[in-house]
Ligand binder design. Sequence first.
Ligand SMILES: [Zn+2]
Length: 389
Amino acid sequence: MVTGDSSYIKKFNRNIILQRIVEHGSISRADLSKITGLNKATISVQVADLLDSELIYETQQEHTSVGRRPILLSLNQKAGYVLGVDLDYKKIQYTISDLLGNPIMNEDIKFDTDDYHAILQLLIKQINLYKEKCPDSHYGLVGVVIGIHGTVNKDDQSVLFVPKYQWHNKDLKNDLLKEIDLPILIENNANLSTYAERVFYHHDCNNLLTLIISSGMGAGIMIDGELQRGYHGYAGEMGHMIVVPDGESCTCGNKGCWELYSTEPSLFKKIAIHQGQDLSYQKIKQLIKEQDKNTLADIEQFIKYLSIGINNIINIFNPETLVLTSEVLTMYPNAIEKIEMNLHSSVSQYNKIVLSKFHNRSCVMGACALAIQTFLEIPKLTLNPPEEK
Ligand SMILES: [Zn+2]
């Protein structure tokens, strides 16, 4: 097994070197050797291979005070592109990014069906179109990752259940692979959002919890640097935690579930009672600015119930960082301070609660990042916050 072992080690070294190049942006061979502990000959051979494959390129440093100007190595971010997809209810977000996670195209497509086969055809048509439209590059479109607002089997990535569509046991990945010649991965949307927060913003946080309250209630849990999926992939269904005894009836069969009180759709419904019209984020922003009494009371109530659930999940997970993904909280003054004022217990411990900076695009950005990490085959991906084109 000597051959196997040596090729395994080569691959391992290649992946570590590439990971460090991505992480540092640009780095010399000498510094790579220092950081990885690999000798200069190994670095030299691996770097030559990576240059051959056009995954990296060399530049000479512009200014140094004395001595030779070192040659720096960087990832060739335009060597290929990835496609991230967020399959939400009657709306799909698509983002194409380069290999450093910078979006070069965002598109949101709405539709009016919940039929699995119709939506499957929409995905096939659109993904194949993006494959053709992808900018000219050495590798072209290298992978697709699709976020599902439901549970995904952690072993074979089949879709177990999507509540809003009422889909059970759909083999979406293989149905797509019959018509699309690209690597495809399927993952839960909240897991992708959590992964995005870690890749782009919270690089050193290993105990990270993300709550997506912008559509349904989704939670992504990262413990010791690993996403938690549970026995079959059902972990993180916190929206059905009961926070109000004998409260409102939920589609799950219980009463008083958290997501009936603490998601943006539930808040929109309450504000619509006195606004009596179709609401948009823009409209809510305006109502906040005008200090509309009813709207402010609804948001305060929303924050109160949100805090009850947050208190409970902090007690369960003891997160270092809790990220909330919500446009309404982002536009509401002092939202985080108000939530923290409701967390009195000396037992619930966390380091910080922050708002997501992705503006409802954390799932697609996580999808792009996962496609990049899979293509580059690196053990950990660290990127700068995405720059819009
Ligand atoms: Zn429920």
